[in-house]
Design a protein around this ligand. Structure first.
Ligand code: EPZ
Length: 420
């Protein structure tokens, strides 16, 4: 097991490259199950979740190569329709194999993903939508057993709640279905948009891309023929590094970002006193005279992203005043509060709301990562904490941040990855 050792108090400077988006790359990997040709995905982030998903595709019988951030996937040799527990428990996004396998093979057995640190995270909306498309769904011994012997049928589906992977699962199920599917209240995240664009490049018929209603004309079981795809930049990684610049009140430049995907994050940082220079795929954050507090409510895209909530909580500990953070999407996404408090943060918690009193002087401590984004909040706090912080269980970080210590070291951070 590794841990990160960070000595705080340094200003950052320089620039870093943002990697491809993990949450775009995962559904794109799943979509290769719909392709008759070998698929090449470029700008893939070299992170654990991607390696785990590729292992899952290999376990299903696909031929996969992954090096230098390029994945080549050929699913013609698939010989299993079962995504088993030992891999699904490691990465809940494995549920994204359900829609594609079911619509292609007429049956599928996927382990229930179970909850995680941030919440119970049910998949009832995925299953209800597949039943509306004619699937027969049984839950047995912790597995979803889904069958649709004559293939899935097009259907009119309204999601009770906006669900990102739920939308992605049903979009992929619908592109091979028999008939037309109308999906309403569908997620509009950039990662969902890119999935639709890549499916269309493969011959899928999808109208309404980027809106909350999609009309998908199924191919009646005919596989797609994908062109190469280049994964969009990771907006959450970018937002995390913007917070690294903000919390140390430094000027840094991010390269290979999609500024359009960062509007809510840039707006919130601007309201806190920071300013920006944008050109094409580069974004520079400039220091604030005085960091102002923020009121944050997490909502679906294009609103303020829940995946940036923990990072902003770390930042608001340095703001001059009281910040209020409302987590509306997940019921337990405040695991970072206790660890930040151990570093000296002054945060009051009710069930869904954190009130952060700043500025507080943070001091280095031994802290524990609990989930992917909570871990990045601890890294941010360590950048300004007095003395040394050791962050344990950083396998959480490795799931979604490529070469984090290399990128921070290049910005001037005193950071090391060591063995426990
Ligand atoms: C995706 O998770 C992301 N993961 C999450 O990022 C992100 O936090 C989340 O969307 C919200 O933006 C990937 O894309 C791989 P949801 P997902 O279904 O799809 C409830 C990270 O840090 N819900 O949009 O699992 C659910 O409980 C990860 O990279 C149901 O009730 O999230 C939650 O309250 C963490 N029933 C809300 O909807 C369902 O069937 C949104 O969940 C599905 C979801």
């Amino acid at each position: 097991m590794h841990y990160l050792k960070i000595v705080g108090g340094k200003k950052l400077e320089g620039n870093i490259e943002i990697s491809g988006a993990k949450n775009a790359a995962l559904p794109l990997l799943a979509s290769t199950l719909l392709s008759k040709n070998s698929v090449t995905l470029q700008n893939m982030p070299n992170v654990e979740d991607i390696k785990t998903f590729i292992q899952l595709l290999k376990n299903l019988g696909a031929v996969c190569e992954f090096e230098n951030n390029v994945a080549k996937i050929d699913t013609n040799s698939i010989n299993s329709t079962c995504a088993n527990y030992d891999i699904v428990r490691k990465m809940r996004a494995s549920i994204l194999t359900l829609g594609p396998i079911l619509t292609r093979f007429g049956h599928c057995e996927v382990s229930l993903p179970g909850g995680c640190a941030i919440g119970q995270r049910p998949i009832d909306l995925h299953l209800k939508a597949l039943e509306l498309m004619g699937a027969n769904i049984k839950i047995k011994e912790g597995y979803v057993l889904a069958t649709a012997e004559d293939g899935l049928k097009g259907a009119n589906i309204v999601f009770d709640k906006i669900t990102v992977t739920g939308s992605e699962n049903i979009i992929m199920a619908a592109v091979l279905a028999h008939g037309t599917t109308v999906l309403s209240n569908v997620a509009k995240e950039p990662e969902v948009v890119q999935l639709c664009e890549v499916l269309v490049s493969g011959g899928a018929k999808i109208n309404g891309i980027g809106t909350d209603e999609l009309i998908i004309e199924g191919s009646r079981g005919k596989l797609l023929n994908f062109s190469n795809a280049y994964v969009i930049p990771d907006r959450i990684e970018a937002g995390t590094y913007l917070c690294a610049g903000a919390i140390t009140n430094s000027e840094i430049t991010l390269k290979n970002v999609e500024v359009d995907h960062l509007k809510a994050i840039i707006a919130k940082l601007t309201s806190m006193g920071f300013s920006f220079e944008k050109n094409s795929k580069c974004l520079t954050i400039k220091p604030s005279q005085k960091i102002l507090p923020a009121d944050i409510e997490t909502v679906e895209y294009p609103g303020f992203p829940t995946d940036m909530q923990a990072q902003f909580m770390a930042l608001t500990t340095q703001a001059n005043g009281v910040s209020v953070i409302d987590e509306k999407l997940f019921e337990n996404r405040f695991m970072h509060v206790s660890e930040l408090s151990r570093m000296g943060a002054d945060i009051k918690l009710t069930s869904h709301t954190a009130t952060v009193f700043g500025p507080t002087k943070l001091t280095g401590a031994d802290v524990m990562a609990t989930d992917l984004r909570a871990s990045s909040a601890l890294v941010l706090a360590a950048l300004v904490a007095k003395g040394t912080t050791k962050i344990h269980r950083i396998y959480h970080l490795d799931r979604g941040y490529e070469n984090l210590e290399g990128k921070l070291k290049a910005l001037g951070v005193d950071i090391e990855r060591l063995n426990e």
